[in-house]
Design a protein around this ligand. Structure first.
Ligand code: F6R
Length: 362
């Protein structure tokens, strides 16, 4: 088994994901400045609802922001992961086109529909067709630095969303939340980084627990979108199958499947993402479910978020999952950076002649 405390084990990280996550505070500051410096021309009262169009890592940012502010959001905000936007989209919908690369066809296609509906739009992107097309049409663009893996650019995509929603008065003042979140991120880098030895590093310890296992991540309320983020990071960084679900819904279906896991059970580790402000019935659901299914799986772990504000508590868990998933990849001898199969699928689709993307109505 590679020793995560030895520099040799980290050499497998060909795209430098650990360096990128190590620079999270800088990313946070640059994203905050980029969003604050972007001109938005609509008065807040013109916006009735918000459609955040994006896929994969660029959509995760939307889920997380909605999750962090779910009790304080004043108007409906939805993440659209699809080619088509829903019927409620109209000229009073703010369309936020979130694509790190600016080349994702689902986002480009839903973006064209927003234009068809005369919906005001704003892009968060590092380039691609998205930036070229909307720049020409004078649509505001929050710039994101190029050259990263989209999932590693989470803070560049997430912080602007928080600021845009605040500027549209959809969520209340976020200054204190952002300041606390920045501290949380700095603390996570200091606690989980590669130079912290395994004996004192919860992210390396978590990765070691998951070696050879399939992580199943369960969240509730604020931690539900974090559970999805962890699942995607285990898929993409660790190259392992993983799934996620949310309490209380999973208590009505998923737990029955757990009883019937058969040979997969001994390979499955359930990670329960907890935080103190979850509904007390949800706390009980986690506890009782653990008792009921523990014998059917390899293990069940509680992981508790730290922090005061919702955004900070959420990012505390996001950072732990990001680090642990990279370490798990390295432990299993996998390069955490490349996601070649996603690229191959996108190339195949691009060569299929689908034309209705930005700049190519058809
Ligand atoms: C790759 C990754 C993917 C992408 C997705 C959409 O690191 O996380 O899930 O985020 O394929 O691409 P973008 O974000 O460029 O629109």
């Amino acid at each position: 088994m590679p020793d995560l405390d030895s520099p040799a084990a980290l050499e497998l990280d060909s795209l430098g994901l650990l360096d990128v996550i190590g620079a999270s505070v800088e990313a946070f500051d640059s994203a905050r400045a980029a969003a604050e410096g972007t001109e938005i021309r609509w008065p807040p009262e013109a916006i009735e609802n918000v459609a955040i169009c994006g896929m994969g890592g660029s959509a995760a940012a939307g889920d997380l922001v909605i999750g962090a502010y779910r009790e304080r959001i004043r108007r409906p905000v939805e993440v659209i992961r699809d080619y088509y936007v829903p019927g409620w989209v109209g000229e009073n919908t703010l369309g936020i086109l979130s694509s790190y690369s600016g080349t994702t066809e689902e986002t480009l296609t839903s973006g064209m529909q927003l234009l068809d509906y005369n919906a005001p739009a704003i892009c968060i992107t590092s380039g691609g067709k998205l930036r070229d097309y909307y720049q020409e049409r004078d649509v505001p663009i929050v710039p994101v630095p190029p050259g990263l893996q989209p999932r590693a650019a989470l803070l560049h995509m997430l912080v602007p969303l928080v600021i845009i929603l605040q500027r549209m008065e959809i969520i209340p003042d976020v200054t204190a939340d952002l300041d606390e979140a920045r501290e949380t991120i700095a603390a996570a880098v200091a606690a989980y980084g590669p130079e912290v030895p395994r004996a004192e590093n919860p992210a390396k310890q978590l990765a070691a627990t998951l070696e050879g296992a399939m992580p199943v991540i369960w969240g509730a309320e604020l931690t539900a979108p974090v559970a999805m983020r962890w699942k995607c990071q285990f898929n993409e960084n660790s190259k392992v199958p993983s799934s996620w679900a949310a309490v209380p819904e999973l208590c009505h279906n998923e737990i029955v499947g757990m009883e019937g896991m058969g040979p997969i059970g001994p390979l499955t580790r359930i990670l329960m993402l907890r935080e103190e402000r979850q509904h007390r019935q949800n706390h009980r659901r986690f506890e009782y479910t653990k008792e009921l299914i523990e014998r059917d799986v390899k293990g069940v772990m509680n992981i508790v978020a730290d922090g005061d504000g919702a955004l900070a508590r959420m990012l505390d868990l996001v950072m732990l999952g990001d680090y642990a998933s990279i370490y798990l990849g390295l432990l299993q001898g996998k390069d955490p950076g490349p996601v070649d199969v996603i690229g191959r699928l996108k190339d195949r689709l691009a060569s299929s002649g689908f034309g209705r993307t930005a700049g190519q109505q058809g």
